[in-house]
Design a protein around this ligand. Sequence first.
Ligand code: FAD
Length: 390
Amino acid sequence: MKLVPTETDELFRARLRTFLRENHPGSRPRSAAERRSWQKAWLATLYDAGFAGPSWPHEYGGMDLPFARQVIYQEEYQRARVPGPLGTGLGIAAPTIIKYGTDEQKQRWLAPMLRGDTVWAQGYSEPDAGSDLAALRTTAKRVGDRYMVNGQKVWNTHADHADLLFTLVRTGTQESRQKGISYLIIDAHAPGVTVRPLRDLTGGTHFSEIFFDDVEVSVEDRVGAENDGWKLARTSLGHERAAGAMNQAALYRRVLDELVELARERGIASDPLVRDRLADFEVRVRIMRYTGMRTISDILQKGEPGPASSTSRLFISTFEQDLHEFAVDMLGAHSLLTRDDPGALQRGRWIGGFLSTRASTIGAGTAEIQRNIIAEQVLGLPHDPAMPPR
Ligand SMILES: Cc1cc2nc3c(=O)[nH]c(=O)nc-3n(C[C@H](O)[C@H](O)[C@H](O)COP(=O)(O)OP(=O)(O)OC[C@H]3O[C@@H](n4cnc5c(N)ncnc54)[C@H](O)[C@@H]3O)c2cc1C
């Protein structure tokens, strides 16, 4: 695929670059609460200026950009080092609501999510339902025009400061597996919802567990038909795996350039072993860019990223682990100091990345599950008997 920027695209790039530079919100606050306000203010600035939601329809506040400009948008966004989205709604729940939601739901939920006024978190996984998501047990019993929700979710990223939870719940029998699941949006502040943050390897609390104890949810907050949530889950999982493919490619373009610069500064850039690894990462970063472009193009043409999004997810998650492992090896003991240590190299970013990317091959479906999807749905190999029938 050859990307030939037109003059208009380049003018768009210049306008966006100027906006991002002139409105940059300054450095990232250290405390989590201040960081969230800083991020919210930034998202509102972007939205109000018409620079939010590159792939979203205009009617929900998005930019509805054509292919080449979505690529430019992601490149400039990463280049500018401005804050990313809050919560996990934008890349996962939003495309699902855009596809399956009613007009009223779209009006009610989408623009506030894009502007950062509401933060969304995903409630799919449970203690006994991760890779085998169709085993989930959180129930939603219909009582008139309401559901009564009971159960537990786990590993829910950003749920500790979420306003709304997009969840999968069981409205059919346990035996009905994926045929008895519905897609419900639950108010995270409703009576009966308890969110407990979980501490991870990095020392942070990026995810939580959520308990539902007789939580009342209106049927108007169900997206799609009752018991038809699996179809929506597949759409949203596809988008989750594809989410940010281009944005990650643009991010790692910058990160690799910074690592090469650091190797030069430390006088190790001429070491043949270092050069060999850096060349390998250079090749992979370029492949990532093309894969990201292919994902955007698939979404524009087919409306869904499809199973090939697993290829992109697997590629990026293994890349970021390898890159950070190499960085820590290359930079030596000094790089092991964490951000709170005054002697930390670049505020501990390399060890921070090394620790946080351990989870990359688990979140959004493990690497093994991505390989299964690629084998079956991309390459056409036989179905894994351990997984629910498709
Ligand atoms: C950083 C991070 C963020 C997350 N954020 C969210 C979130 O916001 N919301 C949410 O709902 N969930 C979230 N999760 C949960 C994530 O989706 C699950 O952890 C993941 O699906 C795996 O499920 P599990 O942990 O139950 O492991 P299991 O499914 O129990 O898997 C255990 C091991 O068995 C392997 N395995 C299982 N089945 C198969 C098979 N059929 N073939 C081959 N190998 C198999 C797995 O690959 C894995 O190595 C997050 C996880 C992480 C790490």
